[in-house]
Design a protein around this ligand. Structure first.
Ligand SMILES: [Fe+2]
Length: 249
């Protein structure tokens, strides 16, 4: 199995590349539109063919590269069935494994950040999207967010996974790359150490986060599997531009 964690610095998004060594097929989880050239270069360097893109949810902070990758290299678009996006080729349902070559991923419906949000279990690791971040979690105040639903998703679906399961989140804002279920159960300041539902709801209600600056463009664009709007204000054009070469890329 080939595995790479790729970072997009404008939205601090992690994209995950999974490659099957027997068939040369690959999956990209949560690819970002402005990092598309980088991702295609990495696939090329590894001798892999992109078979599928897979999104964890309808993102509000970046535009998915799913549609553009389909156009460029013919990959199929997989995403949670619950979001009912007409542009999706392979709707993902809970506990129905998705197979690409020797790679098999199982979706877990983990609502709360968004109502259709999925995490993906793959062998010894779980791609947690924005449901569970390293010592954090996604916000719950937009896109049908619901702190009670998120608490249940994390404590009833993710925390029961084996302690040693590696946690690969959709974002990290301080340079951390990976965690584990044991570590998050012990150390997550919002959800770990036996935090109760009421306490979590209070924490989330008290965050007072600013309005996401790209959400009004990202959500409609992502509901079309990744369309950059033509009327982007100057200061937001970097979200649809070509990413500068990065040391991690
Ligand atoms: Fe998100």
């Amino acid at each position: 199995m080939i595995f790479k964690q790729l970072f997009e610095p404008i939205s601090s998004t992690y994209t995950y590349l999974l490659g099957c060594e027997e068939t040369g097929q690959a999956i990209l989880i949560d690819p970002v539109i402005n990092a598309i050239d980088r991702d295609l270069r990495v696939l090329d360097d590894l001798g892999l063919r992109l078979e599928r893109t897979l999104d964890t949810h309808i993102h509000a902070d970046h535009i998915t590269a799913a549609r553009e990758l389909k156009t460029r290299v013919g990959s199929k678009i997989a995403a949670p069935a619950l979001d009912r996006l007409p542009c999706v080729d392979l709707p993902i349902e809970e506990n129905r494994p998705m197979q690409v070559g020797s790679l098999s991923l199982t979706g877990l419906h983990t609502p709360g950040h968004t109502d259709g949000h999925f995490a993906y279990l793959f062998r010894d690791r779980v791609f947690t999207g924005d449901a569970l971040l390293i010592e954090g979690c996604g916000r719950t105040d937009f896109q049908n967010g619901d702190s009670e639903a998120l608490y249940r998703s994390v404590t009833e679906k993710l925390f029961p996974l084996p302690d040693e399961t590696l946690v690969y989140p959709a974002h990290d804002y301080t340079g951390r790359h990976v965690s584990s279920i044991a570590q998050e159960k012990a150390r997550n300041p919002r959800l770990g150490a036996g935090k109760q539902l009421e306490e979590f709801k209070q924490i989330m209600a008290g965050l007072k986060l600013p309005y996401p600056k790209f959400i009004d463009y990202a959500v409609p664009g992502n509901r079309q599997c990744g369309v950059c709007p033509s009327d982007l204000p100057e200061e937001l054009q970097q979200y649809c531009g070509v990413m500068a070469a990065s040391p991690q890329g």
